[in-house]
Design a binder for this molecule. Structure first.
Ligand code: GRF
Length: 208
């Protein structure tokens, strides 16, 4: 985010229930937070994440891969839809698609993953952590790169695994911590800036 604007303009991409999006919408209602959700985008219709955007009075859009001739075509169209809102930051919040390097070069893009990266990347972070028998897992906010949950880490939060957890109970406990981490980090990035230097991400006063 080379030039900081206040409030910082966020485009949030979702594929599901959108509770992380809701946490951002709630935070942005306070002007001192320093960010505004200017659009919510999705890769599918009829999801609660889009309804949350509608209820908040935020413009929404849908770009479905099946509506385009190729994955590249979809990715370019998505980038154009996002770009129309001139975001300072794109936040993937439960967005279940990989983005191209062209997209990622155009927009500083963050994603949140329900595990402590680099452990348990992919679609089933809570399940894989539970199956591995770890006692502590968590959530990771990272700068999206070309890989699957491999990008430079912005923030992490640890969450204990309970003996009687199942995948759903563990994921729900992770999501409580994940939402708080997301709100805290995005607000600080909006107000104080961020620098990404290789794998090292600095948020706040040391960032330029
Ligand atoms: C989050 O745990 C996110 O990390 C994962 O899917 C979940 C999305 O939750 N990729 P929600 O749609 O924000 O409620």
């Amino acid at each position: 985010m080379p030039e900081r604007r206040l409030p910082a303009r966020l485009v949030v991409l979702v594929s599901g229930s959108g509770t992380n999006l809701q946490a951002l919408l709630d935070a942005c209602a306070d002007p001192s937070y320093g960010a505004a959700v200017v659009a919510v985008g999705a890769d599918r219709d009829g999801i609660e994440g889009l309804a949350r955007g509608d209820r908040a009075g935020v413009p929404t859009f849908v770009a479905k891969v099946s509506d385009y001739t190729s994955r590249d075509h979809w990715d370019r169209a998505l980038a154009d839809r996002v770009g129309a809102f001139e975001p300072d930051l794109v936040v993937c919040a439960g967005f279940m698609k990989l983005l191209s390097t062209d997209f990622l070069e155009r927009f500083l893009t963050l994603n949140t993953h329900p595990a402590l990266c680099p452990a348990f990347p992919g679609m089933h972070g809570p399940r894989d952590a539970l199956e591995h028998g770890v006692k502590v897992t968590g959530a990771t906010l990272f700068v999206v790169d070309g890989g699957v949950d491999t990008g430079p880490i912005v923030a992490q939060v640890a969450v204990p695994v309970a003996d009687d957890d199942d995948v759903a109970s563990l994921h729900e406990r992770i999501k409580v911590a994940e939402r708080a981490m997301l709100v805290e980090s995005v607000g600080r990035i909006a107000r104080e800036g961020v620098t990404v230097d290789g794998r090292r991400v600095r948020v706040g006063t040391s960032a330029h």
